[in-house]
Design a binder for this molecule. Structure first.
Ligand SMILES: [Zn+2]
Length: 274
């Protein structure tokens, strides 16, 4: 999922810059056969456009998320109190549908319409998972992730059918409950990745541990600090086992004693690998 910033700086919601404490996310679809996010962004990016503002549009042609407001700005997307608590995201709709009456849709090319709808759904799942991670939201929590339609049932949004009408209209097997579960699954994967990539701690308690060096010219010293003598040896490339950690001058991450007995190295220039 790609996010491109396209802030609608002329829109009153942007200009006002009112902040919200993000408590949830609301999913919308635009309610017309218009796949291009750019089209909406142009309309919204106008100082006289005081009818609506969302935080992002998902383009139905390429699935890219166009972010139109900073996530914690107050938008104008639900027509109700959800504006003060929820981030609003619009999925654009395929060019190959036709509104026959109200929220009834006919596909002019069902295969194409379904492809476009699957594209925006997939991006919405990824985006909502990212936002749940950033704002510590539980995707399965009550009222956290809602559609505009569900918002109406809860009394926090106006009477709209989106986006469920789109899904059923083009004949895909999606629902908000499936959507929330998909977000949860994606969020779990993001969390796992985050822990895996987090730098491992290098304290005395962690000893022994193995590091690689970011500079093979790293000097080995006789003690824990640049105030100790340089042994004349450098680490070179490789993996090194650290058996003791002490604080000392010249390396905020502390100093590590090499198992080899060669001396001490600055952990600022080390990455723990085992
Ligand atoms: Zn809506």
């Amino acid at each position: 999922m790609k996010i491109k910033k396209s802030y609608v700086k002329n829109n009153p919601c942007y200009k006002e810059g009112k902040k919200i404490q993000v408590k949830g996310l609301m999913l919308h679809s635009v309610g017309m056969a218009q796949p291009n996010a750019g089209n909406f962004i142009e309309t919204f990016n106008d100082s006289s456009y005081n009818r609506a503002c969302v935080h992002a549009f998902i383009d139905a042609n390429d699935g890219v998320v166009y972010q139109t407001l900073p996530w914690n700005y107050r938008g104008w997307h639900s027509g109700g109190s959800a504006n003060n608590t929820h981030i609003g995201v619009e999925m654009c709709e395929p060019a190959t549908i036709k509104y026959t009456s109200g929220t009834t849709i006919k596909c002019t090319d069902k295969e194409d319409a379904q492809k476009a709808v699957k594209r925006t759904y997939k991006s919405a799942v990824s985006l909502f998972a990212k936002l749940c991670l950033d704002y510590s939201l539980n995707p399965l929590g009550k009222g956290v992730i809602v559609s505009h339609h569900e918002g109406y049932s809860k009394g926090i949004a106006t009477n709209h059918a989106d986006p469920e009408h789109l899904w059923s209209g083009v004949g895909v097997d999606y629902s908000m409950s499936k959507f929330r579960k998909a977000v949860k699954k994606k969020l779990d994967a993001l969390k796992e990745e985050k822990t895996k990539n987090a730098p491992k701690s290098m304290t005395n308690k962690d000893c022994p541990f193995v590091v690689t060096v970011t500079n093979p010219e790293l000097k080995i010293r006789t003690g824990a600090g640049t105030n100790y003598e340089y042994t004349g040896e450098n680490t070179g490339d490789g993996k090194f086992t650290i058996v003791e950690v002490k604080s000392g001058q010249g390396s905020e991450a502390g100093w590590g004693r090499l198992k080899s007995g060669a001396g001490w190295i600055g952990l600022c220039y080390c990455v723990r690998v085992e």
